[in-house]
Design a protein around this ligand. Structure first.
Ligand SMILES: Cc1cc2nc3c(=O)[nH]c(=O)nc-3n(C[C@H](O)[C@H](O)[C@H](O)COP(=O)(O)OP(=O)(O)OC[C@H]3O[C@@H](n4cnc5c(N)ncnc54)[C@H](O)[C@@H]3O)c2cc1C
Length: 449
């Protein structure tokens, strides 16, 4: 029986939970249990784009992960400046290109299920997976006792460290915020206001279009080979090929500008909750009804579409902290954001890798004090970064939907502002933040030695 310095429970086997588990596989002295509420580890039928900064983090998970990912995408990994997204004015009888976004390195585009399958295949022997395990609650007694997890099926489990990777509707976040409100009554309102997600004013319509069907109608349709975004007042449509060209990923958005603008307001009363269902199936006819104002190229996509899902896009408020004692949040549980920089998953990947590096570091010896120190450093480094990305995403949404203070009449300015606001995703690396975090951990360890 190998001895482990630490037993970690991860609640949620989505992008963040899975990357965290693969990263912890590099530290076999840490035992990991992943608890996923679904019957199997999989993802919604939709695409996901990964920018170079996040893809470089995935490369750190090992050659097997990198090669596995490259086998399921049409995109080649590149360090050169590459055309990434064509932005078009879409709400005219015949639209026109506004500009082409150029990024250093490709936007790597995947079917979410393919992406997930690669990660799942690279879990190390120190990782144990559990499906059909929906966390109902947890209790964190004194530091000398393990944390107890209680599941909806009536079973329980224990761990030394609990990571909430359970997405935007996180049960771990809700319980953590309630705990913090109890121990810090003067700040109770602040903590409790962050327990639940809030609607962003955005609704998204997602479907996968069989590429063969599109090719039969229009063999030169750009969505078969390129990433194209059609912008319009209060809505936009994005498409790109995934699954080695088998499908075209279609995602259309409608925006309520008043609510979009208020999504990060400090006043919760300005952000009413979405009243409808969170996710539901809709028909091809529903898609056509929502996007009639778009040009013929988009109508062709809608003509061959077979229906899909409608999602009310929720976000979290900026949390006062992402950890409490020996419990921490990663990914959307900590900072669900508007998806307008294609970076929510990227931020989950960054959280996961940086936190795994801290936990795997030799100074994190498994004692409650060492765990709490690692979590405090993680919170210090990652929370402002993801909040900044959330703000940039929100601003991109305003540009795409012509709700900024300039618009398609000045495409050059749109291009400049958008490129500058997005450069972090391809011009910078997580490595500097990892080094800074490790320095903090080591200097903290020296100070307490
Ligand atoms: C329309 C749209 C397009 C997007 N496009 C992109 C993109 O191109 N690029 C990008 O980087 N990001 C994109 N995002 C954002 C991205 O999808 C999320 O940021 C990312 O999935 C977050 O990963 P996560 O692991 O934190 O959460 P999730 O992927 O939501 O995973 C959470 C997991 O936890 C499980 N779970 C939940 N509750 C419990 C519980 N109580 N017990 C046990 N398990 C539980 C869930 O079943 C799920 O498996 C997009 C988002 C939207 C809405």
């Amino acid at each position: 029986m190998p001895s482990h310095k630490l037993r970690v429970a991860i609640v949620g086997g989505g992008v963040g939970g899975m990357v965290f588990a693969v990263a912890l596989s590099q530290h076999p002295d840490i035992a990991v249990d992943i608890y996923e509420r679904a019957q199997e580890f999989t993802q919604v039928g939709a695409g996901v784009g990964i920018w170079p900064r996040a893809f470089r983090v995935l490369q750190k998970l090992g050659r097997g992960v990198e090669q596995g990912l490259l086998r399921v995408t049409l995109n080649e990994w590149s360090e050169k400046y590459e055309p990434s997204i064509i932005f078009r004015r879409g709400d005219l009888s015949m639209g026109h290109d506004l500009f082409q976004l150029v990024s250093k390195g490709n936007l790597m585009r995947f079917h979410r299920a393919d992406f997930h399958a690669v990660l799942l295949a690279h879990l190390g022997p120190s990782i144990t997976t559990h499906t059909s395990k929906r966390l109902a609650s947890y209790s964190q007694p004194s530091a000398s006792q393990p944390i107890t997890l209680s599941f909806a099926d009536g079973t329980t489990a224990t761990c030394d460290l609990l990571i909430g990777a359970d997405g935007v509707r996180s049960s771990v976040r809700a319980a953590m915020m309630r705990d913090l409100a109890t121990v810090q009554p003067p700040r109770a309102e602040e903590f409790l206001s962050c327990a639940d997600p809030v609607w962003s004013g955005i609704v998204s319509y997602r479907m996968l279009i069989p590429a063969e069907k599109l090719r039969a109608l229009d063999p030169n349709h750009r969505s078969l080979t390129e990433t194209v975004q059609w912008c319009a007042k209060d809505g936009f449509v994005l498409s790109y090929p995934i699954s080695l060209g088998k499908y075209v990923n279609f995602v259309g958005f409608t925006a309520d500008p008043a609510l979009m603008a208020s999504a990060y307001s400090d006043d919760p009363s300005t952000r009413p909750k979405f009243q409808g269902e969170w996710v539901r199936q809709v028909s091809a006819a529903d898609f056509k009804r929502v996007f009639p104002q778009f040009e013929p190229e988009v109508q062709t996509l809608l003509d061959v579409g077979e229906g899909g899902t409608i999602w009310s896009v929720h976000v979290t408020r900026h949390l006062p902290t992402m950890c409490c004692g020996r419990v921490a949040l990663i990914g959307d549980a900590a900072h669900a954001m508007m998806p307008f920089q294609g970076s929510g998953a990227g931020q989950a990947i960054e959280d996961a890798y940086l936190l795994a590096s801290l936990l795997g570091h030799r100074t994190t010896d498994g004692s409650p004090q060492a765990i709490q120190k690692a979590l405090a450093v993680y919170d210090h480094v990652r929370r402002p970064y993801s909040a900044d990305v959330a703000r940039r995403s929100q601003y991109n949404g305003r540009l795409y939907t012509f709700n900024a203070d300039f618009g398609p009449e000045d495409p050059r300015k749109m291009q400049d502002v958008m490129t500058r606001g997005w450069e972090w995703a391809w011009e910078t690396e997580l490595d500097g933040d990892i080094r800074r975090a490790i320095d903090m951990l080591e200097s903290g360890a020296r100070a307490t030695a």
